[in-house]
Design a binder for this molecule. Structure first.
Ligand code: HEM
Length: 517
């Protein structure tokens, strides 16, 4: 009896201690709000979860709009345990992204992610990032995109054929699924050097493994660590832990390593990213050979300490990033675009008329696609309404004066793109789909920071031109042959999923009807 009384008292005491410690921790966390000291307005700090508490409760888009409405154009928030500023003053945004980009060269996202993305642009910092970006950037020049166009065109044909099949079967379908397959096939063929052919229902195992890289798995404990404590995520990343499952890493890296080895031995050639990196490496080696021979004539002609080529691991890392960064974004853009075409049939007709007028029934070439001005306006309006990335992020490498506020080194700055794109101060009737906002005459009237679907400055989206080409090709090929219509399952307005990349929660259901001619 005495024994039970003692253990009971110990348990009760421990419980009380636990509750008191927890309350003390809550109190400390609330008091320990860096923004009180910096005099930045913002909501009370929520311990551990920070603003994730509100993001889970309501959508991040609504949360950002509420924050700006309540606290103004510079707001202090906590992303988990890490303080960050939410900035919507357009001049300050321009300073962060462009004018003072040397201070904000790094991004918080993907820090400490480890695994196969360790060498990818998204995870690299400072000089390492600059170096890798300068090696990879030429892949997205007009000449290189043109070279990839044949590969992209083949995937575009399969996409159109799938739409025609649905039209002939008179079946309603979720176009989001088709767009995912199109983006996956196109990026893996042009940028990753492998053919997934998911539009043709091939390579199920490869696709299953690839999807593990870009599907948010809420059972993944590392995901929460990454969101709540970047410091811990960085530590675990350094210890070899990764957000990605090892079976997927092994399966996909074996395939890509095989492709790289084939190319190095000149057993195969294709106009894709891997080939470009290998051609570039061979050109650098030739050039270095020439430099060595002429070195005695002009000793100032040194290469410096910068790396000029990527090794196999780095090629794999960049290719995998292109896939993860480009898959959901491009497929979301296409799905949102077709959603608007079904609910705005007048706009769809205008897009169709332009395609007919500019392309007729001819082969759709790279040059002809670039002539479709109205289509470009409608794509931009889609990206304004639904920018796939809701926020941009930068980290200050030095102490910085942001307008009236002192920003300590290491602070995170977030730019809420969705909020800016829907701010009635910059866009009249922001909830209406009006492509004409993007006519050249209207565009020059606006502050350049009012439209940021691909970010801006030196760390903007490297795949922007690739993504736009991919989207225009799929749209021109399909809308020339089919009309997309609203069906009984089309959700109006669309419900948005609650993860970081904006997408339609329940898909975009449509009906395809063959155009008669
Ligand atoms: C509609 C499609 C796409 C959208 C809306 C989009 C948007 C973005 C945005 C907003 C960023 C951050 C920019 C910043 O912080 O200023 C970004 C970065 C990036 N995107 Fe895209 N993206 C798209 C497609 C692609 C594609 C197809 C690729 C493949 C090549 C790609 C590769 C990347 C990479 C590698 C980065 C990181 C760049 C760096 O850190 O240097 N994106 N993208």
């Amino acid at each position: 009896m005495a024994y039970f009384l003692i253990t009971d008292s110990i348990t009760t005491a421990l419980l009380i201690l636990l509750v008191v410690t927890f309350i003390y921790y809550l109190y400390r966390a609330r008091k320990n709000n860096i923004f009180h000291r910096l005099r930045v307005p913002g909501p009370e700090r929520i311990p551990v979860l920070g603003e994730m508490f509100h993001v889970i409760r309501k959508h991040m888009t609504t949360h950002d709009t509420d924050l700006v409405r309540q606290y103004g154009k510079v707001v202090g928030i906590y992303e988990g345990t890490a303080p960050a500023l939410l900035v919507t003053d357009l001049d300050l945004v321009r300073n962060v992204l462009i004018k003072d980009s040397h201070v904000f060269i790094n991004r918080r996202s993907m820090e400490g992610i480890g695994g196969p993305l360790e060498h990818a642009l998204i995870a690299l910092k400072d000089e390492e990032w600059k170096n890798a970006r300068s090696i990879v950037s030429p892949t997205f020049s007009s000449a290189k995109l043109k070279a990839m166009y044949t590969l992209m065109n083949e995937v575009g044909d399969t996409y159109r054929d799938r739409l025609l099949e649905y039209a002939d079967k008179q079946e309603i379908f979720n176009i989001n699924e088709l767009n995912g397959q199109y983006a996956l096939d196109s990026i893996s063929s042009c940028l990753f050097g492998i053919e997934t052919n998911s539009l043709k229902n091939e390579n199920a195992t490869l696709i299953k493994h690839l999807k593990k890289f870009f599907t948010v798995d809420f059972k993944n404990i590392f995901l929460y660590i990454f969101l709540i404590s970047p410091r811990l995520a960085r530590y675990l990343g350094g210890k070899g832990y990764s957000i990605f499952p090892s079976d997927a890493i092994n399966y996909v890296s074996n395939i890509v390593n095989h492709v790289i080895s084939q190319r190095r031995q000149h057993l195969e050639r294709r106009n894709d990213f891997i080939q470009m990196m290998i051609d570039h490496e061979e050109a650098v080696k030739d050039e270095e050979g020439m430099t060595e021979q002429t070195e005695t004539k002009d000793p100032r002609q040194q290469w410096g300490t910068l790396k000029k080529t990527l090794n196999d691991k780095e090629i794999f890392s960049q290719g995998l990033l292109f896939l993860t960064a480009g898959f959901e974004t491009t497929s979301a853009l296409l799905s949102f675009f077709f959603y608007f075409m079904t609910i705005e049939p007048v706009v769809q007709e205008k897009v169709y008329e332009e395609i007919k007028q500019e392309l007729g029934n001819d082969e759709i070439t790279y040059e002809k696609l670039n002539r479709l001005q109205y289509l470009e306006m409608a794509i931009n309006e889609t990206l304004r309404m639904y920018p796939p990335f809701i926020r941009l992020n930068r980290v200050a490498s030095y102490d910085y004066q942001l307008g009236d506020y002192h920003v300590p080194k290491g602070s995170s700055i977030n730019v809420p793109v969705y909020q800016i794109h829907h701010d009635p101060e910059y866009w009249s009737e922001p909830e209406k789909f009006i492509p004409e906002r993007f006519s050249p005459a209207e565009k020059v009237k606006r502050h350049p920071m009012t439209f940021l679907p691909f970010g801006d400055g030196p760390r903007n989206c490297i795949g922007m031109r690739f993504a736009l080409l991919e989207a225009k090709l799929a749209i021109a090929k399909s809308l020339r042959d089919v009309e997309l219509q609203k069906c009984e399952k089309t959700e109006v307005p669309l419900q948005l999923g609650k993860v970081n990349t904006l997408k339609a929660k329940n898909g975009v259901w449509v009906r395809a009807v063959r155009r008669s001619e």
